[in-house]
Design a protein around this ligand. Structure first.
Ligand SMILES: NC(=O)c1ccc[n+]([C@@H]2O[C@H](COP(=O)([O-])OP(=O)(O)OC[C@H]3O[C@@H](n4cnc5c(N)ncnc54)[C@H](OP(=O)(O)O)[C@@H]3O)[C@@H](O)[C@H]2O)c1
Length: 313
């Protein structure tokens, strides 16, 4: 399997990772059980996935704690742990804070929760209004020099903000929403800038929160405390358009004796713009199934058919 290199660093990992916002992320999804979250992470590792994507805000530290527990009996050096910080609840309200002092404390706390002495990728989870972006990234560069983190990431930054953050060339990886349903970054200048500056790209919501697995129909309903009840893709008219487009992928999946989810994930793995795709999951069997995408090779015709089927939705 070809490994993905993160930015200009020596961090290498599998092109398929695991998103863990449903591991201890009780503030995002209802009815999560800790033991299921741990099993889910272990299923990912057992099926060959090496990058685990977590964040402080997933369960306010609980996702990081569960990921830390899950990896205890594995070889730490085989794994790539990515986490994020910027959410500050110290005033009693949620604010985004990129202040160097705050971010430095956040990294120390993430290290403790994860039970590790280094983090492979640390992302500023969101940009704040006030901190000069290069100053926030400069704080991460100092943490890199101290050996606490290995690669510097930023998430949910606009292209202009990415350029500002990368003024000193320290940014290695950008994580942002991108999926077959949201392909804007292929045409908005992001691909070119990241390529020219050797910055890796990690898309989030690659399965459009499950919509691109082909398992939904019009009867789908989500409780108010499930994040999907607020996502535009699950609202009309986009929902019907997306369901129709996903059906065009099914014959390609059938030809490979694969699922729609595996076929969609194979598209991301083959996309040269994407370094690591990080689908989330709720159950170990979903992770095990998704891992099979690492062995699914699409022809260039199939690749283009998938891209075009979902592009205009
Ligand atoms: N940087 C950021 O701001 C940011 C924001 C959001 C997410 N993220 C990261 O990106 C990751 C991915 O996002 P996401 O998990 O929200 O969305 P996603 O990857 O688009 O969708 C994941 C959901 O799809 C369903 N699913 C997964 N595999 C499946 C399979 N084989 N068969 C059927 N259903 C399957 C599961 O939900 P059900 O079983 O409930 O349908 C799962 O929770 C997150 O875990 C997180 O690490 C980052």
């Amino acid at each position: 399997m070809t490994k993905s290199v993160i930015g200009k660093t020596d961090v290498t990992t599998t092109p398929l990772g695991l998103g863990t916002n449903a591991v201890g992320g009780y503030n995002l999804f209802p009815n999560l059980k800790d033991e299921d979250g741990i099993k889910l992470v272990q299923a990912g590792i057992d099926h060959g996935i090496r990058l685990l994507d977590t964040a402080y805000v997933y369960g306010l530290g609980h996702s990081e704690e569960l990921v830390g527990q899950a990896i205890k009996n594995y070889d730490r050096h085989e794994l790539t742990i990515a986490t994020k910080g910027a959410h500050d609840f110290s005033s009693g309200e949620e604010i985004i804070n990129n202040d160097p002092k705050f971010i430095t404390q956040q990294v120390d706390q993430s290290l403790q929760r994860l039970g590790t002495d280094y983090i492979d990728i640390y992302y500023l989870h969101f940009p704040d209004h006030d901190t000069p972006k290069a100053e926030a990234v400069g704080a991460l560069q100092r943490l890199r020099e101290q050996g606490k983190i290995r690669a510097i990431g930023i998430s949910n930054f606009s292209l202009a903000q990415i350029k500002e953050a990368n003024a000193d060339g320290y940014v290695d990886v950008v994580e942002d929403e991108f999926s077959l349903l949201h392909q804007d970054h292929l045409t908005d200048g992001m691909v070119e800038y990241l390529h020219e500056n050797q910055i890796s790209f990690v898309p989030y919501f690659p399965l459009a929160s499950g919509l691109l697995t082909g398992k939904y129909d019009h009867l789908a309903e989500f409780p108010a405390d499930d994040i999907r009840s607020q996502i535009a893709d699950f609202k009309e008219p986009r929902f019907t358009k997306a369901l129709t487009a996903v059906e065009q992928i099914r014959p390609i999946a059938d030809a490979h004796e694969a699922t729609v989810a595996q076929t969609v994930l194979a598209w991301y793995i083959q996309n040269p713009f994407i370094s690591v795709v990080i689908p989330g999951a709720k159950r170990p069997d979903q992770v095990a199934a998704n891992a099979k995408a690492l062995n699914l090779e699409l022809s260039s015709e199939e690749y283009q058919t998938i891209e075009q089927a979902l592009y205009l939705v």
